[in-house]
Ligand binder design. Structure first.
Ligand SMILES: NC(=O)c1ccc[n+]([C@@H]2O[C@H](COP(=O)([O-])OP(=O)(O)OC[C@H]3O[C@@H](n4cnc5c(N)ncnc54)[C@H](O)[C@@H]3O)[C@@H](O)[C@H]2O)c1
Length: 184
């Protein structure tokens, strides 16, 4: 499969988001560090409890639009959907977002879209922008980098993903047309 979209993190938010995009005929590769999660999804099954998710995942996997793996491959759009837990003193730990970002930096090419979906502290998107361009200086200004804040809650995600507005804030002006590709 040649994925158009790669999702890093296949939990309560990443899997429904991946499945919904795949159900529109877009090829999605979902990536998770947990091999059991990857194996379950590739069997067309789900590892979390979420109403209506099982059918949409099994259909997308059967049609070949959704696949899971432990490693990312080249795509056009990258969604970062890993946890941002709290450290000792209620300090947000963005190391998961950083690790997920580092895993896709070697794959980036001119014109790609990178969106953080993890609920992260203010400034995280700019930090990741700096990290991306520090490791790939030749791409500076040519990657569309954005943040999409929380708009769904586990328990009714499939309904909310479709019916709640999606707000995406870009760090540059060029990301808008590219993000339409994911949503249509
Ligand atoms: N955008 C939204 O609408 C929205 C809504 C609710 C929550 N969130 C946020 O989304 C993030 C994910 O939440 P969740 O409930 O899906 O978490 P989750 O714990 O259910 O799933 C996270 C998954 O990421 C995987 N993972 C961790 N590090 C990884 C890495 N480096 N590479 C690949 N996979 C990795 C884990 O194995 C796990 O399966 C959180 O920050 C949460 O606050 C966003």
């Amino acid at each position: 499969m040649n994925p158009e979209v790669v999702t890093i993190g296949l939990g309560y938010i990443g899997l429904p988001t991946s499945a919904l995009i795949a159900s529109h005929g877009t090829n999605v590769l979902g990536v998770d560090i947990n091999q059991k999660v990857v194996d379950t999804i590739n069997q067309g099954k789900i590892h979390i409890v979420e109403p209506d998710l099982d059918k949409i995942v099994s259909e997308a996997v059967l049609k070949g639009n959704l696949k899971a793996a432990t490693k990312a491959s080249t795509a056009e759009v990258y969604l970062i959907v890993v946890p941002t837990p709290f450290k000792g003193n209620h300090e947000p730990d963005i190391s998961f977002v950083e690790a997920a970002t580092k895993s896709i930096i070697p794959l980036l090419k001119k014109g790609d879209l990178y969106i953080i979906e993890s609920t992260s502290p203010i400034g995280t998107t700019e930090k990741m922008q700096k990290l991306i361009y520090a490791l790939r200086p030749e791409l500076e200004g040519d990657i569309h980098i954005a943040y999409c804040p929380e708009r769904v809650l586990p328990g009714n995600v499939m309904h909310e993903l479709v019916h709640n507005d999606r707000v995406i804030g870009g760090v540059d002006e060029g990301f808008y047309s590219k993000s339409n590709l994911v949503l249509q």
